[in-house]
Write a protein that binds this ligand. Structure first.
Ligand SMILES: Cc1ncc(COP(=O)(O)O)c(C=O)c1O
Length: 383
């Protein structure tokens, strides 16, 4: 039979390379109830071509939700439903950027966003980051160098909250600085904010979108992490003039918005309280997993390895001792029964080869402990 899902299990390997939600935590019963309720409530309208922006009930819920989990209540005209954050990014590349435009990309970054950016004929330039997120001073220097060559940045893609792959949150000071720089230099910040709902200690910091001057930021978000990735549902928040432009695109006009039936169904999940109940459970579950992995890494990794525990999201970034190449270590790690993604996968340019990304989303605590033990064993074997 041809496959149904993307995830491939390899027998004997605890694969911490996949940044997928745990299938056992996907809200099957809530979606079944919501699907039935949607068809009863809207009848044939639920199955018609949808409004280009997305269905009103979901947009109104998103506006109220953002007032609760972020620092700004958008107007409905500032919201557009998309087929996940991935499609939002692709749409922005198609409609904001022109072929050959310079697009800045935080480095390291979500490797599959780079795949999307590279599907477009854009000129990608890496901007380095450190333990506080994207390096704003380095960005200023890069902008100056670009200007000398007669180039101007069109967009900057970054993940400031519970970063994939590093787990880092951009400091508030840098959030403010970045918003001002973007407004001053006239490029659009594309803020990928898909992990906002998955905060484990304190609430997530305000998005850059919520504190920036109008028009400086497009925030892209998703139901993939808070409900289920198979819904292929997300949204963006941006200046109303930009969402109007996106709505006028051929894609949304011809298709009648994206996934209107799914969007109405998710609106039902949100209205009944099932969304809130789901994210509350997910936070507790992933917090426990994060803690189990961090504790086990402390126990099993040899001296010279470093990591900071993320406040949310799915990812634990690990720095191995200088000179240990995570890609070279990988076959040995897989022989001991553990896998991960080498850090080099997340860099646009000069990669730090002694880094790796572990995802704690897929396995319960006891298996994460065993994964850390196996990683420690593989490291001990090559040293
Ligand atoms: C930072 C980041 N952005 C976007 C996505 C994909 O989001 P979606 O499923 O909404 O397309 C992921 C998934 O891992 C991610 O980590």
């Amino acid at each position: 039979m041809l496959p149904i899902v993307q995830l491939v299990h390899r027998p004997g390997i605890l694969d911490l390379g996949w940044g997928h939600p745990d299938p056992a935590a996907l809200p099957v019963a809530a979606l079944r109830r919501a699907t039935d309720a949607t068809l009863t409530r809207y009848g044939a309208d639920a199955l018609a071509y949808g409004a280009e922006r997305g269905p009103g009930p979901l947009i109104e819920w998103i506006c109220a939700r953002l007032a609760h989990i972020d620092a700004r209540h958008p107007d409905p005209t500032e919201v557009l439903i998309t087929s996940g954050a991935s499609q939002a990014l692709d749409l922005l590349c198609t409609l904001i950027a022109a072929p050959g435009d310079t697009v800045l990309v935080e480095s390291p970054t979500y490797h599959l966003a780079v795949r999307i950016l590279r599907d477009h004929p854009l000129h990608l330039v890496a901007v380095p980051s450190d333990a506080d997120g994207i390096d704003v001073e380095a960005l200023t220097i890069i902008l100056r160098q670009l200007a000398k060559r007669g180039r101007q940045a069109r967009m900057l893609y970054f993940v400031p909250t519970y970063h994939n792959p590093t787990g880092v949150c951009l400091s508030l000071e840098r959030r403010r600085a970045l918003a001002m720089i973007a407004a001053e230099h006239g490029f659009v910040l594309v803020e990928d904010d898909v992990y906002r709902e998955l905060s484990y200690d304190a609430p997530a910091p305000p998005s850059v979108w919520s504190i920036a001057p109008p028009g400086a930021v497009v925030r892209i978000a998703s139901f993939s992490k808070s409900l289920a990735p198979g819904l292929r549902l997300g949204y963006l928040t941006a200046d109303a003039s930009l969402t109007r432009r996106l709505i006028g695109s051929g894609l949304l006009d011809s298709g009648g918005g994206v996934n209107p039936f799914t969007a109405l169904t998710v609106a039902e999940v949100c209205a009944t309280g099932d969304f809130e109940a789901t994210v509350t459970q997910l936070r507790a579950m992933y917090r426990e997993r994060r803690d189990a992995l961090a504790q086990s890494l402390r126990m099993y990794l040899p001296p010279g390895c470093r990591f900071t525990v993320p406040g949310g999201g799915f990812f634990q970034w690990v720095e191995l001792p200088e000179g240990v190449d995570a890609a070279t270590l990988l076959p040995r790690a897989e022989q001991t029964g553990v896998s991960y993604l080498p850090g080099s996968r997340f860099y646009l340019d000069a990669a730090r080869s002694n880094t790796l990304r572990l995802s704690f989303s897929l396995y319960p605590p006891h298996q994460l402990t065993e994964a850390a033990r196996r990683l420690g064993e593989a490291l001990a074997a090559i040293r």
